[in-house]
Design a protein around this ligand. Structure first.
Ligand code: A5P
Length: 229
């Protein structure tokens, strides 16, 4: 699996051109992207990291950093995903970085997901829970709202208690036994729920998906609207 992730991350690094302003995702697939990017030494690039972990890794690798204050738009954002469907709707946030990831993806003219083929699903939210970042005070009402929509919900915890995101919020992981029937509708419903910061649903944001295989090959899939290179 790691070889497949490396293949996807390395192929995505090849999309980066001199002078680009980048969105730099989070996770084990993006870790390979960062390594490959640093190895390429592309001139005058800088990126907004989507987590403290990515920020730290970029500092180690010498990749220049930006903040969302610095630029109005990004040329290219690259990030992993937990699941994606045939319409390129994706879920993210397995690593807890969903909010910053969504802010950065929304700033990008081109958003590329790096993944492996096992992450393609018919319906989102069934085999991998949908993360929902919440303000702790709203934990009960949001949990009940998700349960009313058929989800089984757990508060993400580690040994020291509820996991806090880089933004100081909590995460509810919501599994939908029948899958999410209409991801775009659920995204809107959750966005209107007081106390929800954001959900891991990334609706109509993805332009391309690069899939890596264990033999090092990749498949590059684009939405019908995305021009080929
Ligand atoms: C981080 O919060 C996530 O959105 C990751 O991008 C996602 O979980 C994919 O991670 P891996 O590349 O480690 O599978």
């Amino acid at each position: 699996m790691d070889e497949a992730k490396r293949a996807a991350g390395t192929a995505a690094a090849a999309l980066v051109e001199p002078g680009m302003r980048l969105g730099l995702g989070t996770g084990s697939t993006v870790a390979h992207l960062l390594d490959a990017l640093a190895a390429r030494r592309v001139a005058d690039i800088a990126g907004i990291p989507t987590s403290r972990a990515t920020e730290e890794r970029c500092r180690e690798l010498g990749i220049a950093l930006l903040s969302p204050e610095d630029v109005a738009e990004l040329d290219l954002a690259i990030d992993g995903a937990d699941e994606f469907d045939a319409s390129f709707q994706v879920t993210k946030g397995g690593g807890g970085a969903l909010l910053r990831e969504k802010v950065v993806a929304t700033m990008a003219r081109r958003f590329v997901v790096v993944a492996t083929p096992d992450k393609e699903v018919e319906r989102l939210g069934r085999s991998f829970p949908l993360p929902v970042e919440i303000v702790p005070f709203a934990r009960g009402p949001v949990r009940r709202a998700l349960e009313a929509r058929g989800a089984s919900v757990v508060l993400r915890r580690d040994a020291s208690g509820p996991v806090l995101t880089d933004n100081g919020n909590e995460i509810l992981d919501a599994t939908f036994p029948a899958g999410i029937e209409d991801p775009a509708v659920l995204d809107l419903v959750l966005a209107a729920e007081p106390g929800v910061v954001t959900s891991g649903l990334f609706i109509d944001l993805v332009d391309e998906v690069i899939l890596g295989a264990p033999d090092g090959t990749t498949v590059h899939r684009r939405t019908p609207e995305t021009p080929a290179d």
